[in-house]
Design a protein around this ligand. Structure first.
Ligand code: Q9C
Ligand code: ZN
Length: 341
């Protein structure tokens, strides 16, 4: 399988994140990628491909200009203000505040952040920019010849909105891939998000559009990030009515419960008949994952891949979450090898 590889991913290298009131080493770290690369190389005869530079257009097609300007320059402003280390917000424009247009870097961080778990580092923009190029190249290749591609990149993307970062995400790679295929002629594209966490970014970006179907299976947000989004009654608006499907599952779900939700997702895809499919490939639903509580096994990921393959759609896989170094490689390889046979 073609694996488009973001070799600049390690430019984003947070030292730590807030976790239960303490700073801990980042779960979303650069060591994840070589582990996955090596496992995939072995399992699906990966041909590693360097992404081409498509510039800002595919990114601007999804994200707001002032947000992009902010992400690109935030660490510089943070450092210029005399801060050492990674940039984090500490105050947010909460409901009840009148607003204003504060210019202080701490206010700007809060304006654009959804959460306190996501460091901005000196190389964050570089890594995220090349991540967007990686999914764009994967989308182009798959749209062109129909063969599946895997975009192996970090930081992940599915929590990023048009104008918000957080949940370890800055640029919404899956949204960029879906929009790219629309711009190349696809009439309808679906995004299927199998990451443990709700895909709030793509939901919000496409919520009022009827040409991109967003489906997410995830831990019930009543007890899991992103908490304020991801409920079953969020079904889309205006042209997008019926084009968002949330399948929240209880904490502790194994493949019994997960598979039932997945069957609903498959049914929706079959009836909706997209021209192409983007898979938000998080593997953090596995039982060994540190910040998650589902109970999927590596064999279950193989079945997931097989069922995606049976849809017979042009398919782009983009890497999202998965933090248990012992198993992430096996789990990603299981999905891709399942897809291929
Ligand atoms: N310190 C993805 O899987 N933050 N993002 C947890 C714990 C939410 C996970 C905070 C987890 C986001 C792409
Ligand atoms: Zn996740």
């Amino acid at each position: 399988m073609r694996v488009f590889f973001n070799a600049r991913h390690d430019a984003h290298d947070g030292a730590g994140e807030m976790h239960h009131g303490r700073m801990v080493p980042c779960f979303e770290n650069a060591r994840r990628i070589p582990i996955i690369r090596d496992a995939v190389a072995h399992a699906v005869q990966a041909q590693l491909v360097d992404p081409a530079d498509h510039g800002m257009d595919p990114i601007r097609a999804i994200h707001d200009a002032d947000y992009l300007d902010f992400i690109e320059n935030a660490w510089g402003a943070w450092a210029k203000a005399g801060n050492k280390g990674d940039a984090f917000p500490y105050v947010w424009p909460s409901a009840g505040f009148s607003g204003g247009k504060p210019e202080h870097i701490s206010a700007r961080l809060g304006q654009f952040a959804i959460s306190s778990d996501t460091p901005i580092t000196q190389g964050t923009w570089k890594a995220a920019y090349w991540g967007a190029q990686t999914v764009t190249s994967a989308a182009d290749a798959t749209w062109h010849d129909g063969e599946a591609s895997f975009a192996l990149t970090r930081p992940p993307g599915h929590h990023a909105h048009a104008n918000r970062y957080g949940g370890y995400c800055f640029l919404n790679n899956c949204a960029i891939a879906a929009q790219r295929m629309i711009s190349k002629g696809a009439k309808k594209v679906a995004i299927l998000d199998i990451d443990y966490h709700h895909g709030n970014g793509a939901q919000d970006i496409f919520y009022q559009r009827g040409d991109v179907l967003t489906i997410s299976l995830h831990a019930d947000p009543t007890h899991q990030f992103p908490f304020f989004m991801g409920y079953a009654n969020e079904t889309g608006r205006n042209d997008g009515q019926g084009a968002n499907l949330n399948i929240p599952l209880p904490g502790g779900s194994d493949f019994g419960a997960w598979g039932q939700g997945y069957a609903k997702a498959m049914q929706k895809l079959v009836t909706w008949q997209p021209d192409a499919l983007v898979i938000a490939l998080g593997v953090d639903a596995h039982e060994a994952e540190p910040i998650c509580d589902f109970k999927l096994q590596t064999d279950d990921f193989k079945r997931i891949g097989q069922m995606i393959g049976r849809l017979g759609l042009k398919t782009v896989f983009a890497m999202e979450g998965g933090y248990a170094h012992d198993v992430i490689g096996h789990n990603v390889a299981a999905v891709l090898s399942g897809y291929l046979n």
